[in-house]
Design a protein around this ligand. Structure first.
Ligand SMILES: [Fe+2]
Length: 239
């Protein structure tokens, strides 16, 4: 019998390769599978939830376990150290699903191309509020703070899409935390007419009005780096 994580993988592949008219129902199925996912389903090693691993000198603040990647989806596990975070970053023209499987995190999410951000950008361009160059080079982004929520193992799956909640920062609460992450398409694949799909990092430049911010693209912060651990969960078959 196929394992739960294998069923998730198959459903993820189906969801992100199916006909457009079947996408919503497949996404719904994928989310309902993810909602029932635990650390045991991927055999997450208990070392990740103990302090001794994270106290090792030189230990990366975030560990990644790659589970699967093809041209359409990537599936993996992120584990963040106590008090650590994933810096604010984007997912260009991607969908993302997050299911927390250990610990607790605060996910702060921003949306782009909302009614408010589009209106503010068109007003700013007219009044030349920001140099047009910054927009052209996409170094400054207008984004709407959509939510800041505490998510733990009892919470449902968090979903982001090309506009809604497309940027987020993920901060651990009370100890280390781990989440299963599905991204479609993967980083590195081509965005039509726009080159490879890169992960960009941002900081808040200014607040324009309640919940609307200008975000400045930055290099990856020096305090953020990752190391990799092998996947040790059930064997996966996609055929
Ligand atoms: Fe992310």
């Amino acid at each position: 019998m196929s394992s739960h994580i294998n069923n998730i993988l198959k459903q993820a592949i189906t969801t992100f390769t199916c006909r457009p008219d079947l996408f919503c129902s497949n996404l719904h199925l994928l989310i309902s599978l993810l909602d029932r996912t635990t650390a045991e389903d991927v055999n997450l090693h208990p070392q990740f939830t103990t302090d001794s691993l994270w106290n090792q000198p030189g230990k990366a603040p975030v560990s990644c376990i790659d589970i699967y990647e093809d041209n359409n989806i990537t599936m993996g596990i992120f584990i963040i150290k106590p008090g650590g975070k994933l810096p604010l970053h984007n997912h260009p023209e991607m969908h993302g699903l997050i299911k927390v499987i250990a610990g607790k995190v605060t996910i702060t999410s921003y949306s782009i191309n909302t009614e408010k951000t589009v209106e503010i950008d068109s007003r700013s361009l007219k009044s030349d509020f920001l140099p047009a160059l910054s927009y052209t080079h996409k170094k400054i982004l207008t984004a709407e703070l959509t939510s800041s929520e505490i998510v733990d193992t009892s919470s449902n799956t968090c979903l982001l899409d090309p506009n809604n909640k497309n940027l987020h920062e993920i901060l651990t609460v009370d100890g280390p935390a781990a989440f299963l992450d599905i991204l479609a398409p993967p980083y590195g694949t081509l965005v039509p007419d726009n080159g490879p799909r890169l992960c960009s990092y941002y900081s808040i430049l200014s607040q324009v009005c309640p919940n609307i911010y200008r975000l400045q693209e930055n290099k990856s912060p020096s305090w953020y780096w990752t190391d990799a651990f092998p996947y040790t969960g059930p064997e996966l078959q996609v055929q």
